[in-house]
Ligand binder design. Structure first.
Ligand code: KIV
Ligand code: ZN
Length: 402
């Protein structure tokens, strides 16, 4: 199987469905451009039939953005699909993403249709979409709560109808990694039995995953699915999205990059993406600012504390060698500045290190004096101590007398 993982970014569609988020057209274009720079493979720009605003957003992004596939969402009916195409048609590389639910819960309470009817609608939807473009993705909404045998039937049927990408969403964030892994292995097997082995191996047909974070497992489930053979992952910047959000792109990308050794051992090859990881933090900050969804400080990769060391023991270790407490290079994801953060747990080594990085090399005695005052003054006062505060102590205690 191919070792390239395709990043399908749905920040502007599922991400924008986060409660309270509403982006203007200019903001969508700014985020779209940042996503292209970041190196995503597909941008899901919206759900054109949902509103005139969504239609216009997809149309504008399709016209403006180059060097990326633009996807638009459509339910499995001709009107949605035609509207999606109308919005998409000027894109350099358009993709129609059509979906229908496959779980009995959705069939009974939402769609009020039988399994046979849904199977037929799914196949027809792919055929309708292919009248406009060969680049068609099908999603089996609520796949993880669907009957496995029935889901496999739908998956094979849409592959036969010509879908290039088949997405297996964990719509309500219900599955757990081993279960999801087994499901993807099972579906790959069924596709191989149906004659799609070569297409899967060459990447001409791809299984995709789309995980929500209701149980905090969206990233873990996505990674499990990649280990099982999925080669497209749907995700958002900062993990924003409906309810508890979607799988966070930055985490998935950095897991693949940081643990290439593990994937090499498990699959015989590391998995690669086209993401320029140095653009991760700037993109995260842009999305956070424009959506108003602040990133928690301890969020992996992009949280303000993700690479910060405050405790004396950790600071001492990192100053001696960063590998002691760092598994990634902070610059590699776009952070700049020092990882050493001064606070009430900081020790003498950190104060010395900070002063040196500010250009001050102190004698032992002077350092002791500055450190003593630093320790006494900041105790229980502030959380993060700005560099200027330390320099202020230095001036007061030492330089002002000399
Ligand atoms: O969560 C979901 O199932 C979706 C689909 C429309 C792909 O967002
Ligand atoms: Zn979703």
């Amino acid at each position: 199987m191919i070792n390239r993982v395709y990043i399908f970014d749905t920040t502007l569609r599922d991400g924008e469905q986060s409660p309270g988020v509403s982006l203007s057209m200019e903001e969508k274009i700014e985020i779209g451009r940042a996503l292209v720079d970041l190196g995503v493979d597909v941008i899901e720009a919206g759900f054109p039939v949902a509103s005139p605003g969504d239609f216009q957003a997809v149309q504008t992004l399709a016209r403006e953005l180059r060097g990326v596939e633009i996807a638009a969402l459509a339910r499995a009916n001709p009107k949605d699909i035609e509207t999606a195409w109308e919005a998409l048609k000027e894109a350099e590389n358009p993709r129609i993403h059509t979906f229908i639910a496959t779980s009995d819960i959705h069939l009974q309470y939402k769609l009020r249709k039988s399994r046979e009817e849904v199977l037929q609608l799914a196949q027809e939807a792919v055929r309708w979409a292919r009248k406009f473009t060969p680049n068609v993705e099908f999603s089996a909404e609520d796949a993880t709560r669907s009957d496995r045998e029935y889901l496999a039937e739908v998956v094979v049927a849409v592959a036969q109808a010509g879908a290039r990408v088949i997405n297996i969403p964990d719509t309500v964030g219900y599955t757990v990694p081993q279960e999801y892994y087994d499901l993807i292995v099972f579906l790959v097997e069924r596709l191989r039995q149906a004659g799609f082995g070569e297409a899967l191996d060459k990447g001409e047909l791809r299984l995709s995953v789309h995980c929500h974070n209701d149980l905090g497992l969206a990233v873990a489930n996505s990674v499990a699915a990649l280990l099982a053979g999925a080669r497209q992952v749907e995700c958002t910047i900062n993990g924003i999205g409906e309810r508890a959000g979607n799988a966070a792109m930055e985490e998935i990308v950095m897991i693949l990059r940081t643990r290439g050794d593990y994937f090499q051992k498990a699959l015989g090859t590391a998995l690669e993406t086209g993401i320029d990881t140095r653009k991760i933090v700037p993109t995260s900050q842009l999305v956070s600012r424009l959506t108003g969804m602040f990133v928690q400080p301890n969020k992996a990769i992009v949280g303000a504390n993700a690479f910060a060391h405050e405790s004396g023991i950790h600071q001492h270790g990192v100053i001696a060698h960063r590998l002691t407490y760092e598994i990634m290079d902070r610059e590699s994801v776009g952070w700049s500045g020092s990882a050493i953060v001064l606070g009430k747990h900081s020790g003498r080594h950190a104060v010395d290190y900070k002063l040196r990085s500010l250009g001050w090399k102190l004698s032992r005695e002077a350092l002791s004096r500055v450190f003593e005052r630093f320790r006494t003054e900041i105790k229980d006062v502030l959380r993060r101590i700005p560099d200027e505060y330390l320099e202020g102590i230095l001036y007061d205690e030492y330089l002002s007398e000399n």
